[in-house]
Write a protein that binds this ligand. Structure first.
Ligand code: ATP
Ligand code: MG
Length: 247
């Protein structure tokens, strides 16, 4: 098996109000692997991603990136965020910046690239997400699917060691979901290392190398994507059935 990029050990997060959102979660992500995290609302999926990216501080456990612990007071949060990309449900683009500028911002300010170097990298990644013709547009003039692909391009531009996706398609109109899933599937096929939190179960089964099913802040099932069809995973099957009822 290829080397471990990200290792999560006994991760815990109790929020200040006392909610035990994550209660001892462990899993590894290997080089080139795509791991899908599924589970009901409130099971702790976003909390896990936010701890990994240091948007919030875990209350217990160890997170290692490339063999080095990153949840320590001494770890440099900006450096961690430049090594771990994140794509949110709500895009989080800068409305006053053009598409190209949204993508070059981190390259210039975090990576210290010149404008021409940053523009070159940005054009490359915008081509990969099929947005070359929209580089001069402002986010307000893009479809939701295009906005999300800009956010993906922005994450890719930094050449992160792993990208975290938190329900990247759940804010999109149904007809726009396909283009974003296609982009993410392409990245998985290229061997990008990623964790994707998703309610798109078919996508998880078809694209992810491994599934982690969270229930009430714990890993209740973990295995190759074929476990989605395994009747022995009873609790997960009940969750999957409840998802089908919703649709
Ligand atoms: N900032 C916060 N302060 C207090 N409690 C929180 C906070 N954020 C999340 N929680 C609680 O932690 C638990 C896990 O939330 P989390 O957002 O990680 O779930 P999730 O699996 O991502 O759910 P969803 O599918 O709805 O996005 C929930 O009970 C939630 O109410
Ligand atoms: Mg969430």
């Amino acid at each position: 098996m290829s080397e471990v990029v990200l290792s999560i050990r006994d991760l815990e997060k109790t929020y200040p109000g006392g909610v035990q959102a994550v209660r001892g979660v462990s899993f590894d992500v290997h080089q080139g692997e795509s791991v899908a995290i599924i589970g009901s609302s409130g099971s702790g999926k976003s909390t896990v991603l936010r701890c990994i990216n240091r948007l919030i501080e875990p209350t217990g456990g160890v997170i290692e990136l490339g063999g080095t612990q990153i949840n320590t007071p001494r770890a440099n949060v900006n450096e961690i965020r430049s090594r771990i990309g994140m794509v949110f449900q709500s895009f989080e683009l800068f409305a006053h910046l053009k598409v190209l500028e949204n993508v070059t911002l981190g390259l210039r300010h975090v990576r210290g690239m010149s404008k021409s170097e940053a523009d070159k990298v940005a054009m490359e990644v915008l081509e990969r997400v099929d947005l070359l013709e929209r580089v001069d547009a402002y986010p307000g003039n893009l479809s939701g699917g295009q906005k999300q692909r800009v956010a993906i391009a922005r994450a890719l531009a930094m050449k992160p060691e792993v990208i975290l996706f938190d329900e990247p398609t759940s804010a999109l109109d149904p007809e726009l979901i396909g283009s974003v899933l296609k982009t993410i599937r392409g990245l998985a096929d290229e061997g990008l290392t990623m964790i994707i939190v998703t309610h798109e179960i078919n996508f998880a089964r078809d694209v992810a190398d491994r599934i982690v099913y969270l229930d009430k802040g714990l890993v209740a099932e973990e295995g190759p994507s074929s476990i989605i069809n395994n009747p022995k995973t009873e609790r997960m099957q009940r969750f999957l059935a409840s998802m089908n009822e919703e649709h």
